[in-house]
Design a protein around this ligand. Structure first.
Ligand code: ZN
Length: 203
C-alpha cells in the first residue's frame, strides 16, 4: 500500500506556513513503514529537533482505480479516519530552502500514526466534519472539512491521474492551522466529532 499526503489543503494552514495557496492539490508520498497502528508510541527521532504534529482526516481506498472521474470518486472509499502527518520541520525548512524533495522531513519511519476508521455513512454531510487534536488534554488543532480547499472527491480524481489507487491506500487530506512541536512524554489524542480514534504517547 501507499500513503498519499496532501499539502496546504486548508487556507489558514497555508497562511501560517507563509506558503502560497495552491491552485491545484500538492501531494507527496510516505512509505508503508511510516505507519504506526494500534495506538503504539511514536519514538522521537534523533535526526530532528523540531517534530511537528499535523492532524489530518484520512480516507481509505477500497478498490483499484485510475483516472477516476470526480462524480464517481465517492465510490472509492467507505471509511474515514484520523492520523498525524509528523513533520521534521527543521529538516523540511532546509529542503524547501534548497528546493530539495521533502521525503527526509515527511516520510520517515513512524511519521504516519493512524487511528480507527469510521463508516462514512455515519456523517450526514461530508463537507461538515469536525476533527481535532489535543496534547496532554489541551486542544491544539481544530478543523472542519468545510474549509478544505480541495474536497475528498476532487483529491481522488486528481491523484488518480498520476497514480493507480489500490485497496488499502491511504490519503492524508491535509492539516488545518495550529501545527506545532511535540515533545517526549506528550500524550496525543485525535478525534472526529468528539469520538477519540487515536491516542498515543511520544517516547
Ligand atoms: Zn500534512
Amino acid at each position: 500500500m501507499k500513503i498519499i499526503c496532501i499539502g496546504r489543503n486548508y487556507l489558514e494552514h497555508a497562511k501560517e506556513m507563509h506558503s502560497p495557496v495552491p491552485a491545484e492539490p500538492i501531494f507527496f508520498l510516505k512509505p508503508d513503514t511510516a505507519i504506526i497502528k494500534d495506538n503504539q508510541p511514536f519514538y522521537y527521532p534523533d535526526f530532528s529537533k523540531e517534530i511537528h504534529h499535523e492532524v489530518e482526516l484520512v480516507i481509505k481506498i477500497n478498490k483499484t482505480g485510475k483516472n477516476i472521474d470526480t462524480q464517481f470518486a465517492h465510490k472509492y472509499y467507505d471509511e474515514i479516519g484520523i492520523g498525524i502527518d509528523f513533520t521534521a520541520r527543521d529538516i523540511q525548512a532546509k529542503c524547501k530552502e534548497k528546493g530539495l524533495p521533502w521525503e527526509k522531513a515527511k516520510a520517515f519511519d513512524g511519521s504516519a500514526p493512524i487511528g480507527k476508521f469510521i463508516d462514512k455513512k455515519k456523517f450526514a454531510d461530508q463537507n461538515n466534519i469536525n476533527f481535532q487534536l489535543s496534547i496532554n488534554g489541551k486542544s491544539v488543532q481544530k478543523g472542519n472539512t468545510k474549509d478544505l480547499l480541495f474536497n475528498f472527491d476532487t483529491l481522488i480524481a486528481y491523484i488518480s491521474k498520476f497514480f493507480t489507487l489500490k485497496t488499502g491506500d491511504l490519503i492524508y487530506t491535509g492539516t488545518p492551522e495550529g501545527v506545532g512541536p511535540v515533545a517526549i512524554g506528550d500524550k496525543l489524542q485525535a478525534s472526529i466529532e468528539n469520538e477519540i480514534l487515536l491516542s498515543f504517547e511520544i517516547k
